[in-house]
Design a protein around this ligand. Structure first.
Ligand SMILES: Cc1cc2nc3c(=O)[nH]c(=O)nc-3n(C[C@H](O)[C@H](O)[C@H](O)COP(=O)(O)O)c2cc1C
Length: 334
């Protein structure tokens, strides 16, 4: 292929990309699906849509959500021409979007993502996307709640949830959230917690990352993910579900409250937030520091970045608080 032919292809693909996003931002993406091959795919960190009809439905759905501002900025486009009929475009997407009201000028982009487009030229000469993969960048690390439960019939279940945190220390309360699965009305974890009112948080140390991943399998109700991941169980104080024996720490919980986050727009999926009161605690002896406190650094909790990216905690910083607590001031005064 001559340099000129390559340049023409790059020009075609660049123009197509601009036209495509113009349609998405200013015409509800009514024609966006036509830029894909019949079996083309469009994948984000959340979902993969395969086939032109699924992509068409995605854009139709966005229009149904009503008045909306969205601007997709294509940056640093790099096209590699493999031959006369195939090419790859790699670029960075900045997405500014808001529902209903216009975006304030000071609002940052809601997403910066790497995009890889695989393109093919069809027999009529038109370039089409065979696949588009959008990988969002810069998500903050999140802790992971590895939740063990038991069904009313005594079947054990274990699954990870990164919509998780401790929300009160006195009394100690933690939350995790189950979104709605596509294949059944509710995840097993939620079914079990609602039926028994009990669950256990197991800390995922960096060493347990692969076992944790295995337990996220959408296994049929009744399948014991401890067995799938070859994890040893240990009994808990105060509740029936077992804990992960290899976990540095486990928090034993009773259901306090369950709150449904209802969809507000078409395409939203409901989530159920579970609040659990911590009623018991297991800590392995080797994770106590010299002062008798839990040594989080030694436990190396795994964090989730985006999608399937995970990391151990980064460098540890010690930062004294810039103010004195009331109790400290009182102690110094007496
Ligand atoms: C690291 C990680 C974090 C996850 N976080 C969540 C979450 O916050 N909410 C959720 O509904 N599913 C989450 N999932 C998916 C569930 O673990 C998965 O749907 C699992 O099959 C549910 O199991 P269950 O049906 O046995 O309860 C996560 C998966 C992984 C690997």
């Amino acid at each position: 292929m001559t340099a000129d032919e390559q340049q023409f292809i790059i020009q075609d693909i660049t123009q197509m990309l601009a036209r495509h996003w113009h349609d998405v931002d200013r015409n509800w993406g009514r024609n966006a699906h036509l830029d894909y091959t019949p079996d083309g795919s469009y994948a984000t960190s959340l979902r993969k849509r395969t086939g032109i009809e699924a992509i068409k439905a995605f854009y139709a759905d966005r229009q149904d959500r009503g008045e909306r501002v969205a601007r997709h900025l294509v940056n640093n486009l790099h096209v590699t021409v493999h031959d006369a009929n195939t090419a790859t475009a790699i670029w960075i997407l900045s997405l500014f979007a808001a529902d209903g009201v216009p975006v304030l000028p000071s609002k940052p982009a809601i997403m910066i993502a790497d995009v890889v487009d695989e393109l093919v030229r069809e027999s009529d000469g038109a370039w089409k996307y065979r696949s588009r993969t959008i990988t969002p960048l810069f998500r903050a690390p999140r802790p992971i709640g590895w939740i063990s439960t038991m069904s009313a019939a005594g079947q054990v279940n274990l699954a990870p949830f990164s919509h998780f945190n401790i929300v009160s220390t006195s009394p100690p309360v933690l939350i995790f959230s189950c979104n709605s699965p596509e294949d059944r009305p509710e995840k097993d974890t939620l079914v079990n917690v609602k039926a028994t009112g009990e669950f256990v948080f197991n800390l995922v140390s960096y060493d347990l990352r692969e076992a944790m991943n295995v337990t996220s399998t959408a296994a049929p109700h009744g399948v014991d993910e401890f067995e799938l991941a070859k994890l040893e169980k240990a009994a808990c104080v105060k509740v029936c579900p077992p804990r992960v024996a290899a976990s540095p720490a486990n928090l034993v919980c009773r259901l306090l409250l369950e709150k449904k986050i209802a969809p507000v727009a078409k395409g939203d999926t409901p989530s159920n937030v579970v609040f659990g009161r911590v009623v018991g605690l297991h800590i392995q002896d080797q994770f106590f520091d010299g002062a008798g406190r839990f040594d989080t650094v030694k436990a190396q909790p795994l964090t989730r970045l985006r999608g399937i990216q995970y990391a151990p905690p980064g460098p540890i910083e010690v930062m004294p608080q810039p103010f004195k607590r009331a109790a400290e001031t009182k102690r110094e005064a007496s």
